[in-house]
Design a protein around this ligand. Structure first.
Ligand code: GMT
Length: 392
């Protein structure tokens, strides 16, 4: 329980499978556990949110079915209306939106309508809202405006803070608090004993000499799925290996096509979208994340929390998560040969693998604990409220 007065907090996020929605959900759940009243406002129940959690209420944003608005839709307006409704009913102190567009934009609109009753606005940037969508000429002015209208802005990495200042042409005097993403180590942890039998249900006939590589994502082009497959192919050419793919998205058919072309389909388990996959993750050997860019790489952090070394692109916020040579390796984007060589090197010696696995756990404990991140977010909430009270 919190010692200071409990807050009424609104949280807006994407409900779909993706890092920003997961972080938003974990922050909200942790705030509720601390005794705050938490209202999730989203298009659908966010993945990993149990609406029966004490202290949590879910408010669904429904777009009324008016012919004139079809097929264009008006989601940001429906969201703003729901924020207005929830604020009026529950007197929110703070609205914490995750992903700048359209969430911070809808929040600005709601606040304009609410006037004196408006909650303080905290915007957490997540990555593509700045690096891709936010810098698209269509959205740039709105993204920039929405960020500037927020009472506080946070980003999960120093990389994304810098990218936000630079790409939105914002002064470095605009405070952007870096609050790293985090994992609940009660949920994400290595198995008590590294029992590979759980993988037998996925890979018939798996034997101890075979390494299991794993990739988890939303299979968007930014994840460079072709590089996941090519890295696996190179590793498999050098030593027996299997590949576990978890997630769903537009590049799933590409993955299947490439695996078939390489004749590797029977070496791969493709599980699609999974809510609970820790047991398989913790039994795997190396996690692959060869993305084009990542503001942070939450999936890599979850793997590290399960004691799995990560081989990833040396890009974006990934170097802030993966310690090169200690908890895994980083290689230039697209350098499949280097990534495969790193994987083979890690797997060549069990003691070496174990050292990296242990180092990953230590790094997670030291830098990415839930309590520290939730403390940081709560401090941001209290700071914007205190600034409001003093009129600063
Ligand atoms: O990874 C994605 O493509 C989804 C995206 C999202 O908005 O859900 O993830 C972004 O936010 C995550 C949580 O902060 C970060 O861990 C991911 O690195 C980031 N993705 C990119 O920057 C591509």
């Amino acid at each position: 329980m919190t010692t200071a007065a409990p807050l009424r907090i609104g949280i807006t996020c994407f409900a779909t499978f993706g890092g920003s929605g997961i972080v938003a959900t974990e922050v909200g759940l942790a705030m509720a556990k601390r005794g705050h009243e938490v209202h999730f406002i989203a298009r659908a129940l966010p993945i990993r949110l149990n609406p029966a959690t004490p202290g949590v209420t879910f408010h669904e944003v429904v777009e009324p079915d008016h012919d004139v608005l079809q097929p264009d839709g008006a989601y940001p307006i429906a969201l703003a209306s729901k924020i207005i409704e929830v604020t009026r009913q529950f007197h929110l102190d703070v609205l914490h939106v995750h992903y700048a567009v359209p969430h911070a934009t809808a929040a600005w609109l709601a606040r304009a309508v609410l006037g004196g009753e408006a909650p303080r606005l905290v915007t957490t940037l997540h990555g593509t809202d700045i690096t891709l969508v936010g810098t698209d000429a269509t959205y740039l002015p709105i993204t920039r405006f929405s960020v500037l209208q927020s009472d506080a802005v946070t980003a999960p990495s120093a990389f994304l803070r810098e990218a936000t200042w630079t790409r939105l042409d914002l002064p470095r005097t605009l405070p952007i608090a870096v609050v790293p993403n985090f994992v609940d180590t009660a949920h994400w942890h290595p198995p008590a004993t590294r029992d590979r039998r759980v993988l037998l249900e996925l890979f018939a006939g798996l034997n101890d000499s075979e390494a299991v590589l794993v990739h988890v994502s939303n299979f968007r082009p930014v994840k460079r799925i072709a590089d996941v497959i090519a890295t696996f192919q190179e590793v498999h050419a050098q030593r027996p290996a299997r590949l576990l793919l978890i997630g769903d998205g537009p590049d799933c058919p590409l993955a299947e096509e490439l695996l078939e072309a390489a004749g590797l389909q029977d070496r791969v388990a493709f599980l699609g979208r999974q809510e609970h996959f820790g047991q398989w993750l913790g039994a795997a050997d190396v996690f692959l994340l060869p993305s084009e860019t990542e503001s942070f790489g939450l999936a890599a952090l979850e793997a590290m929390a399960c004691g799995v070394p990560v081989v990833a692109s040396d890009v974006g916020g990934l170097p802030e998560v993966v310690a090169h040579g200690e908890t895994g390796f980083l290689a230039p984007v697209g350098d499949v040969a280097a990534m495969a060589a790193h994987v083979v090197w890690i797997l060549a010696d069990y003691a070496r693998w174990q050292r990296m696995s242990d180092a990953a756990l230590v790094r997670v404990q030291r830098l990415f604990q839930a309590d520290a991140a939730v403390d940081a977010y709560e401090a941001v909430y209290r700071a914007v409220l205190a600034a409001d009270a003093t009129g600063s």
